[in-house]
Design a binder for this molecule. Sequence first.
Ligand code: MSP
Length: 495
Amino acid sequence: MNKFYVTTPIYYVNDVPHIGHAYTTLQADAVARAARLLLGDANVWFLTGTDEHGSKVAKAAEQAGIEVKEFVDKYADAFKQTWKKLNISHNDFIRTTEARHEAGVKQILSQLKTIKNNQSVVYEGVYEGLYCEGCEQFYTADELTDGLCPIHKKPAILLKEKNWFFRLSSYLDEIEKDVRDDIIKIIPEKRKNEVLGLIKQLRQLPNGGDFSISRETVKWGIDLPAEYGSGQKAYVWVDALTNYITALGYGSADDGLFKKFWQDKTSSVVHYLGQDILKFHAVYWPGLLLALGLFNFDQQRPLELRIHGYFTINGEKMSKSLGNVISPDELINRYGLEAARWLLISTFPFGSESDFSFTKFDEKYNAELANLLGNHISRVSNLVEKLCGGKISGTYDKNKATHHKDSNDQWEICLNILAGLHEQSEKLHLEQPWKSITAEPDKAIKAINDAALYIRDVLADQLKPLVPDTAREIKNTFSSENVKKAEALFPRLAK
Ligand code: MSP
């Protein structure tokens, strides 16, 4: 790989961001930052944005008594502000109400209308089904629990509409093969098996898995192009999924980024998402791409999907009605920006269900940031100042660092950083250079110098993608010609 394109889902603007959204975005941010260090800024593109059409958003605006455009502007801005506060390094933020996106969606729909794969890939039909507005998707009766949506636990509504359909059924074999062969690469493995199961289920549906790409009764959306006949809007998921290429300029005159990051097999494409929207990304999206001829280019560069679990709060679903929604602001106010980033990224193994509690975060903050990292930095900088005249010499041979592991899982990376730090801190405790400085000054100075080099040449670099400001501060402290005792990086939380 020499180029890297990473995305987050685009978030619905029916409410302000919470820690679930922040978690996905931080994952993408950390890998984008790591990739920039490896490949250079010009070879990395990180996209996030907001999903602004559809009945769910329109209804939320209506309930708030605000005109829809004003409503979506307000919440899109809330996402932008939150990403700024969390120091997210996206290169672009796409809103599906932007002209560039709307033009791209129309172009894609026009293309689909002309494509034949034996038969036309889109066709008109009537759909009757159970629809969950929260998910913006149809469910079969089997998928519901007592008529309730499995995610929102609300009744699905019976809808009957004349829609345009996408013939997904004719791509399922290919998608299945691509999933098996890791050409559609799904991480973690258990989600891959889930997708293979989903494909089997889709095949058994009366329409073989074909899905509607338009909505007759929805008013807030992108108009289908004229060749479809009048009156319908694009289905919000078709509108949303295509953001990953419209944001790169697909279908426009200015498609340099699309060529560079999508249409080039030396570029890795990684979509981060939660388990709730797996079907759309692992089946519908590849189906659309295959139809558009945008997946089998240059034989084959994988489409990688990294799927994380859902946050619960003290064991319960996070929801407005339960009043337990946690905002990224709450975390930042309690722990500070850098600690909030660290805690969100390092607490849960990627892909697992994640139960959040302030108690757990408080303990982690004190143990890892205040005690281990904070104390080690201040102890070593103090020793350099007091016993080495503020001077450090040499460089640390990174190959010697035992806890330096590359992984797709940020949690694992954090574990390794902590293990390395722990080892360093223990070593210093055993060597006690502050005691041996009089009897064996050379040995004591070497021990301090080695500890300082590890911090400057290994630890600061490891921390860069995760806690960039802290990493810079540490690097600066230990790169100085005259090292002084560092200020406490992470003050202990008051009980
Ligand atoms: N708009 C669609 C995505 C379209 S992508 C082409 C959507 N938006 S969403 O705002 O509902 O949520 C998107 C993502 O936010 C989830 O996939 C997940 O990554 C994250 N999370 C939302 N709630 C979450 C939790 N409770 N826990 C963890 N992440 C969650 O779906």
